[in-house]
Design a protein around this ligand. Sequence first.
Ligand code: PBG
Length: 332
Amino acid sequence: MKPTLAAFPATRLRRLRKSPAIRALVNQSVLSPGDFIWPVFVRDGDGVMEPVASMPGVNRLSVDKVVEAAREAHALGIPAICLFPYTPEHLKTEDCAEAWNPENLSNRATRAIKDAVPDMAVMTDVALDPYNINGHDGFVRDGEIINDETVEALVKQALSQARSGADIIGPSDMMDGRIGAIRAELEREGFRNTLLLSYAAKFASAFYGPFRDAVGASGVFKGDKTTYQMQPGNSDEAMRLIERDLSEGADMIMVKPGMPYLDICRRAKDMFGAPTFAYQVSGEYAMLAGAAERGWLDHDKVMLESLTGFKRAGCDGVLTYFAPAAARLLNG
Ligand code: PBG
């Protein structure tokens, strides 16, 4: 006897999942190595690869090793690498002058990469924390992070990065007005094609812990960053920050951290349609890589699943410490 209409589901959505072929046809979010910006930690020395204890599989690299890494990343199809310097204690000062030293680690690494692998886009970080005696992203006076004097320093830092050949400058400091000030200075100095990727919606997050170890900022850091980074509960404020930074001259915007803030990514993409990136930060990497190391999670599967989530949430790309491993897997 044939079933009556009511005897079977009118819509069998499982038909769309019936085989790898059908699933491939209806797949909406495709991840590729071209989506990745790879953050790397740079330290002084030669031939050095120093493991970061709280980030299994991640190393601090000396400039020569960073160049090697950039070459490998380029071969894997990764378009951009993002540099974070591990600054020796004696170069941390109250005036943070090392931040705009043309010979600082970040600037030397930028020139070395652009020299050896010119097609690799180099992104640099604008913030004072690697150079500050107290680990804050801005100058501290009487316990307060002072905005406008900090912006003046950030402009000098950004200009020194542009002069070293950085393709993308990433202000991660969350001071007010820094995008406009940096953009104006870049135009004045003839850097018309230097991109600004604003860490526009950056939350005060405990997920940055392993990063602060990696760049050597944990020991000196006092207090928290809650007067400049956002509180985790806010979404409207993130939209206002993104709108502001785009209007000041940002080419692309970032949401950071990533996985706990995918709603912010989606909302930003829907609202502004600008190139939108998420930063899967050190703590997100640590919890996945750390659990995988213990055999509690399948490394490759959680890596790809977590990265696919960013694409589904509307991101054009992801900053991720998994970049080379994920690219290798995607390339088959
Ligand atoms: C600071 C900066 C931080 C990160 C990137 N730039 C840490 C912070 O704000 O304290 C974190 C990245 C990560 O956790 O992977 N300018």
